[in-house]
Structure formats: C-alpha cells, structure tokens
Design a protein around this ligand. Structure first.
Ligand code: ATP
Length: 402
C-alpha cells in the first residue's frame, strides 16, 4: 500500500480550520496525546454516538445501558489482570504499565487507583446489579459509551493513538454453546454500522491464537487503511467467562446466572464488540475527504452521510445587505429549525465563500433565499456532492432534506 502521509496533514489542517478538532491546551503548546473537539467535531461525535446507541441498544430488546464511574476500586484492575499485564515494552525492554495512576483520598488515608483503560470492566462489575434489578433472560447485553485513558508510550497519528479517548462497548452475555451464533450476529451488526456511517473499506483480520488476549477464544480486528498504514479500527472478541469468573473469585460474590425455569446455574460467556469513537471519526474523515473541481474551481468537501453530518443543511440569504432577504431567511430558518436536526443559518461573506465553508464541513444541503422566494415561496436547494442547484417549494424542503 502506498502511504499518503500528506493526507493526514490535510485532515488535521481541515479539522483545525473548520472547528472540528484542536490540540488540547493549545495556548500552552498542546499536550501530547490529548485532543479537544470543537463545535463541529463535538456534534459529529455526538451524532455517531447517537446512531451507535440506536443500532446497538435501542433497536433491540435485549440490551441494558450502563454508565459506570471512571475511577473504580483498584481491586477491579487487579482482578481483570490490568495491574499485572496491561503493559507495553519500553525501548530499553522495561515493561511499562499504561494505566494512569491516581491517588484517591487525603494524606495517609489515600490509596492508589487508576483511570479506567476500557469501559468493559464497569460493565462486568455491574453484572449482578443488572441481574438483580431487571431479571433478564439469556442472552442479553449491557452497553456503555464513555471515556477511557491509556498512558500510551508514544501517542501519535492525530486522534488514532491518544491518551484519552472514547469507547462504545457491548458485553453480550450468552450460554457457552451459543457463542459462535452470537459472535456472527455482532460481526454482521458491526459490518452494517461501518457501511451506514460511510467508512470506505474495513478489512477483517481473524487474530491468531498467539496474538489474541489469553482469555479470548476468537477475536476479529476490524482494520482500516489509514495513511500511516493498515491498523486497528474496532475489535470483536469472544472473552469466554474469564471476566465474570475473575471478579467472582476476587470479590467473593457469585456472578452466576440462575435460570429459574431450569434451575441451572452458570457463568455466562461474553461476546464483546468494542468500537473506539475517535478512530471511527478519523476513518470517517479519511473516507469522506474529497478534492474535485466545480465550475473550473478546485474545492475540498467532506462527503459525510447526511445523518451524521454536523450540519444537515445551511440556510442563506442570497445577499446579506438586503433586509427583506435576511428577514425571510431568518423566518424560514426558525421555522425549519424545530423540524430538521442540525440546521445552521449562515450569512458570512459572499455566497461562494459560504458554499466553500459548508462543503468543508460536509453539509449535505444549502438552502438559498433570493428575490424569487419573496414572490413564490420557492428556494434553491444545492446538493453538496454534485454542486447542482434546483428550485424547490419551501413546503417540500423538509422531505428533500430529512
Ligand atoms: P491497539 O492495538 O491499536 O493499541 P488495542 O487492541 O489495545 O488497540 P482495544 O484494547 O481492543 O485496543 O480497545 C478497543 C478499541 O478502543 C480499539 O479498537 C480502538 O478503537 C480504541 N482504542 C484503543 N486504544 C486507543 C488509543 N490509544 N487511542 C484511541 N483509540 C483507542
């Protein structure tokens, strides 16, 4: 594969220029491995998380939501194996534990704990609570979206490898004999989700037993061709009953599932689809970044799927120094705002500049109010990808955009 590192510079520059992503603490020279999401980046991120929640949780009937604390009892990380094995090799061969340490409490009372390096363990520690509160039948899942922290030895490649990032994870609890069936179901779900959010090509790699985590009997890495090489985007792992058994042994609390109908007790096995939000965003930006020519002029645009684009449509008055156009455009904008998500009013600069800006943000539609609008209640609707404009009745706008 030919590596196109110039592409990364283009993406980083667009993200900064258009308010998607900035280096953290930038006025102090930044902070390696930390990034801030600006206005459009934060909305894009929120749209992706909402869609993930819809597809992985709310479209189903067998899912529970969890929102565990970031700092947990350190025994959690002893039991999960992170304290002893969550390490990366240092240059001089010394192993370095990549969990961020923090001290909890004051003075002699203080104890060492960690910022969670994955959301998964907060799900396992709540397994019994879910069973006791909701009495679910197997199979069922618990999902969580939230921040994770890893003190990566060398953070790099923009938001690909950072020290603070976000994960969308499901722990799906099944009977051992059924694991392959459910593994396949989640595999299909992840494939579909990748397509729906517009990631160009995902390569699936069946991880060999030597490269798998010791507790996993099957893992598929979803990989993406980033400009810096083919690397992991998401993971799907069959984690067996390792985590529930480990927490049960350490805490002394039974994490078995009791089937009232058959009277059997068992420790469920676990299928885990794990998706990093930030790597998802990077893959989407790389898949959607396009350069072409329109009317003889070069342009850059993000071909974002409309349901995740940070701006679904922008409303413009043709000229900003004509009060009758501005007030008509404002009226239309305020009216549509409650019906169309992520609508934006834009009267900066001239219309050419507005199109360029909205193209770079990835806005699928631009609506322009001109003098004809005042007479016949029609507007022009511009399509981002083709640049084509068509005249359309205001009353038909919602349907064309949604
Ligand atoms: P890698 O091998 O690239 O370090 P990993 O196998 O350690 O990744 P997992 O522990 O499986 O990653 O974490 C699940 C998901 O969390 C990954 O597929 C990825 O999307 C995301 N992720 C992990 N580490 C980072 C990081 N440092 N920065 C951004 N996202 C990350």
């Amino acid at each position: 594969m030919i590596q196109d590192l110039g592409m990364m510079e283009k993406i980083v520059s667009l993200c900064k220029r258009r308010g998607f992503i900035y280096p953290s603490s930038e006025i102090y020279g930044g902070f390696s491995g930390f990034w801030d999401y600006g206005h459009y980046g934060a909305i894009l991120k929120e749209n992706i998380k909402c869609l993930w929640k819809q597809r992985f949780i709310f479209d189903r009937e067998d899912m529970f939501v969890n929102d565990a604390s970031i700092v947990m009892n350190p025994n959690v990380w002893e039991a999960s194996g992170h304290v002893s094995t969550f390490t990366d090799p240092m240059e001089d061969g010394k192993q370095f534990n990549t969990m961020f340490k923090t001290s909890v409490g004051a003075g002699e009372e203080s104890i060492v704990s960690y910022l969670r390096p994955e959301t998964a363990q907060g799900i396992f520690t709540n397994f019994k609570n879910v069973i006791d509160s909701f009495h679910p039948k197997l199979p069922f899942g618990i999902a969580q979206v939230g921040k994770a922290f890893r003190n990566e030895i060398s953070p790099r490649d923009f938001i690909f490898r950072s020290r603070e990032f976000e994960q969308m994870e499901v722990e799906y609890f099944v009977r051992e004999k059924d694991w392959e069936k459910h593994f396949q179901e989640w595999l299909e779900k992840m494939r579909k989700f990748g397509k729906e959010i517009g990631i160009k090509q995902i390569i699936e790699l069946d991880v060999t037993p030597e490269d798998r985590a010791h507790y996993s009997k099957r893992t598929i890495d979803f990989e993406f061709d980033y400009p810096f090489g083919r690397k992991e985007l998401w993971g799907l792992a069959y984690r067996t009953d390792f985590d529930l058994k480990a927490h049960s042994a350490k805490s002394g609390i039974s994490l078995e599932y009791f089937n009232e109908e058959t009277g059997d007790r068992l420790t469920p096995h676990v299928i885990e689809p794990s998706l990093g939000v930030d790597r998802t965003i990077l893959a989407i930006l790389l898949s959607s970044y396009t350069e072409d020519e329109i009317g003889g002029e070069p342009r850059i645009y993000l071909k974002l799927a409309k349901h995740i684009a940070p701006v679904r449509a922008a409303v413009f008055p043709l000229l900003k120094n004509k009060p009758e156009l501005v007030s008509k455009a404002r009226e239309l904008f305020l009216n549509l705002k409650s019906q169309i998500p992520n609508l934006e009013f834009d009267d900066n600069g001239n219309i050419g500049k507005r199109y360029r800006r909205q193209d770079e943000i990835g806005t699928p539609f631009c609506i322009t109010i001109d003098f004809d609008t005042l007479k016949d209640d029609t507007v022009t609707l511009r399509d981002r990808d083709t640049g084509e404009q068509k005249r359309i009745k205001v009353s038909d706008l919602k349907e064309a955009i949604i």
